[in-house]
Structures are given as C-alpha cells and as structure tokens.
Design a protein around this ligand. Sequence first.
Ligand SMILES: [Zn+2]
Length: 444
Amino acid sequence: MSTKFLIKGARIEGGAVADILTSGTRIVEMGSQLSSAGATVIEADGFVALPGLVDLHTHLREPGFEQSETVLTGTQAAAAGGFTAVFAMANTNPVADTAGVVEQVQRLGDEAGYATVRPIGAVTRGLEGVQLAELGAMAESRARVRVFSDDGKCVHDALLMRRALEYVKTFGGVVAQHAQEPRLTIDAQMNEGEVSARLGLAGWPAVAEESIIARDVLLAEHVGSRLHVCHLSTAGSVDVIRWAKKRGINVTAEVTPHHLLLTDARAESYDAKFKVNPPLRRQEDVLALRDALADGTIDIVATDHAPHPAETKECEWSAAAFGMVGLESALSVVQTTMVETGLLSWADVARVLSKKPAQIGLLTTQGHDLVAGSSANIVLVDPAVTRVFGRDNLVGRSHNTPYGGIELRGAVHTTLHNGYATMLQGSLVDATTVAAAAEEVRHG
Ligand SMILES: [Zn+2]
C-alpha cells in the first residue's frame, strides 16, 4: 500500500480549496497544483477535508460481547464513518477496571489498525457503584487512561463521585458521567410524556438526568476537578450546563447524533430500534440540543455507538436492549441536522467531531488543523450526496441502526489513519492491508 497520498482540490474544513500531500504519517505539503511521483492521487473536487473524527463515546464490546462487536469490527465501522480515533467504553466483560483489561483493548486496537483506540477505565469496580476501581493503575498503565466512566450506569453515590473527581484531578483526567438517577428510572422504557402515556410504557423523566447533572457540576466545582457529561438529551440539561459554564465550572458535554434528529414519537411504531438510553425526547428537546451545540454550550458530538445482535433488538419493546449503532452514520446525521440547517459550518463540525473531543480525552496526536507537519489523520466527505441510509452502509457486526430508510446528506469518501487508508474512495480497505500498514507505522 502506498503511504503517499495526493488529495487534489479539497475544501479544507469547507473553506479554501487546496491540495494535501501526505508521506508516511504526516501531511508534508499543502498548496495548489502539487504533484508527487508515486503518490496515490485522490481527486477531491467538491469534497470537504476534515481532521480525522474522534469519538469520545464508543462501545466496542470486546472482551466479552463479541457477538455484538469486536475491536476490529467496531473500528472498521469507525473508519467507514470517517473516525480515526475512538474512546472505548468500559462496560465489557471483564469490565475495563484494571490495567490488564485496558492494555488488552488498546493492543487489539493497535493490531487492527483501523483507528486509534483509547480505552476508558471504569470509575467503580465491576461498574457496581460501590468501590472505586484502580484508577491510578489504569492511568499509569501502557494504555495511559485519562477518561473514566461507568457508562451504561450512573455513578449515583455522591461520595464515590466526589472521590473519583478528586482522584482524576491528580493526573488531569476526567470523569464522564452517564447521568441517570436510578430510582427515578426503575423499569423506565422511554421518555416520560404524552407518548409514553398513550403507549402505556413506563416513563423516564427528564429530571432523572437533570438532577444528576446539577449535582455533579456542583461536585466538580467543589473539588475543582473536570467533569464531562455524556449524551445530554433534554432542554433542562442544556440549561444546567449553560448555568455551570457561566459560573466557571470546568464541565464539558456531549450530544449524540440520534438526539439531534429523532424524537419519542418514533416509539409509536413499537420498533425497538428506537429504544435507547437516554431515551429519545420531545421535538423541543431536539431543537434545544441543536441550539446548544451551535452556541457551544454542548461541546461535542459523540456517537454512543451501541451494537446489539438482532435477537435483542427485534423483539418486544420492553424486552429489547437499549442502544443504537452510530459510527457509520454520525457525520451524515450531523451534516443533515446541523450543517444543512445553517447551525454549524464545516469548521464547526471539525471542532465538535474532532478537535474538541481529542482535547477532552487528552488525545494529543489527533484533532489538529490540517496543515503541513500535522499527523495525516484526514477524512474526505462528499457533502453533495443524498442517500437513503440502509444496511448496506453498515460495516460493523451489528445492524441496529435507527436510520434505515431515512434520507441523510453526505457520505464519507476516504479516511486516512496515521497516513494510510482505512476507507478509500467509498470502500473499506481490507483488514490484512490495514493491519500491515499499522504494523509498519508502529515499527517504522
Ligand atoms: Zn450512557
């Protein structure tokens, strides 16, 4: 495989048109009318070039749930979606609560080569919410863990949350909270509101999320530590984050693509592909989340890619698993909901899907401006495409997308990770070629 690419005539972050020449793992030159012998030429007329996308919230399911996804298949989905780095959530089996497990996940990512995999460590042992996990050992391990989360579960004990915030402060880490008051959401199935009342499904009140966020921003202020809030889903959560930021509290927040597009009305179909945690909310919540992402109250978009096999999704709503896959569709949903509506520019997209998530996760090697000298982590998107999303667009092991049959704008054309192609001209590069390129980078 060539490790030299000449990208001809891309709009850099949607702005000026330039050629990009890469060699090895770097961008070596940018300008007009570039040429280079031996480079693979990519005609990018009309395409937007962005720094490789960084997902702060991915479930790769390995070890333990390989029937849903593996590090290999999950990072293939990432590459297809334009991602060059993913942060892997800790709710595996065994749980990523020790140095051994996080090192294993990182090694599997390195070997597969489709994206940089940064393991997230559990906050509490076994995600049980009783005792702190070995945060220091994970931070000092070869995986250098900096993000900690019990995601899937909320760190609901205020004292444990305080201790976790204190601990990560010592090495500049961050706690990413899944804000869900457990007692307020016992058996909850969907957003609490008109639709849940009509369908007779147990409701999940907005206050279950908002009350935990309010508590945690105050704890972060008290401790002087850094807090990240996962998947905001309500207008009230936006209000709390806005208040906290105004007060100078060190908090960042994410929204998922699905909460930017879909509402609880989708549950009327009783199709469990729309069952997710936190649940889809009302249209006014969707609009508040879009505005908050546009004005910077919400810092980033993160996928919460949550693969599940068909048998756990294609069943009765109340028996179905929570979660949706999202890596392959994220950029298109953001273009559809935020760029086409004029709420975000492509430079903003580079910020919310690459630069800022890298900063929050302390991933220093990615999320940079596309300039000579930067790492060659690049995604080329064709923004002019309109496609009806479907199973053909999925490359991960699970197919529980909520976007089947929905029209989305834009498509990823090419993804370069550390200077080699993982997705080339609309096709995923095969695993052997990618693994060999990754090994060359590691040992070169
Ligand atoms: Zn979560």
